[in-house]
Design a protein around this ligand. Structure first.
Ligand code: NAD
Length: 283
């Protein structure tokens, strides 16, 4: 596929990974965040990741140089998104926030621009309905860490066109990912399953069934999961996981009620790896 200009909105855990992955795949990237400090931190972390990837020979010197130059860090959305072929939104899992960003993008971007959301659970139909181009709105659900994880769930909203779905699959392939097509339903395939496993692990920890380490070890060695559910929740971010659970609880019912221990940890500011502690401690 032709190289694109891709704008990523939100420079948190996923936005940084998306910007890195798009840039090393040859696309021109704008990374946007409303918070200048977060944007500066993202620049540092992406440059570090590029350096490490080059030192370990995961990328060539040419890719290292071109990727470094192809990412622009921009806090003004109208500058970051005005010439984009594709925008991937990766802000907090909050429907009102996502809708307000898509409304702005709909005004700023060319009528042909495809608008994708990296939501883990939410409805691209609901988001698309607030724009003048619901046929060009789709969810592209990437995984964390973006440059290592192979899957993208391409989630078709009610009005998403076949062309948009095909485009999202082609973009996924250009990023060296495998796409699966999913018809919209809360939590898609992966989050619907994974949130339930994670929540059950948290309930077990709260009930004193086993330590966090042993729950994770049991799942890795007994059920062949590459990561334990509590380690994975720490990697995702416990605030993000709680928002996912709240949405699934609201849309799919009782079995998704967030574990009280998760709620307590988020209240305490224990957000997982990004804050230095969650179910485990990090340096
Ligand atoms: P995060 O909290 O790490 O980052 C969100 C970023 O959005 C923050 O930097 C914040 O400053 C920024 N933001 C908030 N309002 C904004 C605005 N108006 N304009 C621009 N930027 C704004 O969140 P995250 O973990 O990266 O998750 C982002 C999305 O990706 C969520 O929808 C989440 O469900 C989804 N997701 C997360 C993971 C994961 O493992 N963390 C995996 C797959 C999908």
């Amino acid at each position: 596929m032709n190289l694109l200009q891709i704008t990523v909105v939100g420079a948190g855990v996923m936005g940084k990974g998306l910007a890195y992955n798009c840039a090393v795949s040859g696309h021109e990237v704008f990374l946007n965040d409303k918070n200048e400090e977060i944007l500066a931190k993202a620049k540092k972390e992406i440059e570090k990741l590029l350096e490490v990837s080059f030192q370990k020979s995961f990328i060539t010197e040419e890719t290292f140089e071109s990727a470094k130059n192809s990412i622009k860090f921009e806090s003004e959305l109208n500058i970051a998104a005005k010439d984009a072929n594709l925008v991937i939104e990766a802000v907090l899992e909050n429907m009102d926030l996502k809708i307000s960003i898509f409304k702005q993008l709909d005004r700023i971007c060319n009528p042909e621009t495809i608008l994708a959301t990296n939501t883990s659970t939410m409805s691209p139909t609901e988001i698309g309905a607030q724009t003048s181009r619901p046929d060009k709105v789709v969810a592209m659900h990437f995984f964390n860490p973006v440059h290592k994880m192979k899957l993208v769930e391409v989630v078709r909203g009610l009005e998403t066109s076949d062309e948009t779905v095909e485009f999202a699959k082609e973009v996924s392939a250009s990023l060296k990912k495998e796409a699966v097509e999913v018809n919209e339903f809360p939590g898609f395939v992966t989050s619907r399953m994974n949130c339930l496993i994670g929540n059950e692990a948290m309930n077990m920890l709260m009930e004193g069934v086993a330590s966090a380490k042993d729950i994770d070890k049991a799942m890795k060695l007994g059920l062949n999961h590459p990561m334990g559910p509590l380690e994975l929740a720490d990697l995702v971010g416990l605030d993000t996981r709680l928002r996912n659970m709240e949405y699934l609880y609201q849309t799919l019912g009782e079995k998704y009620r967030p574990c009280p221990l998760l709620v307590k940890y988020v209240k305490a500011g224990r957000l997982g790896k990004k804050s230095g502690s969650g179910f485990y401690k990090y340096n």
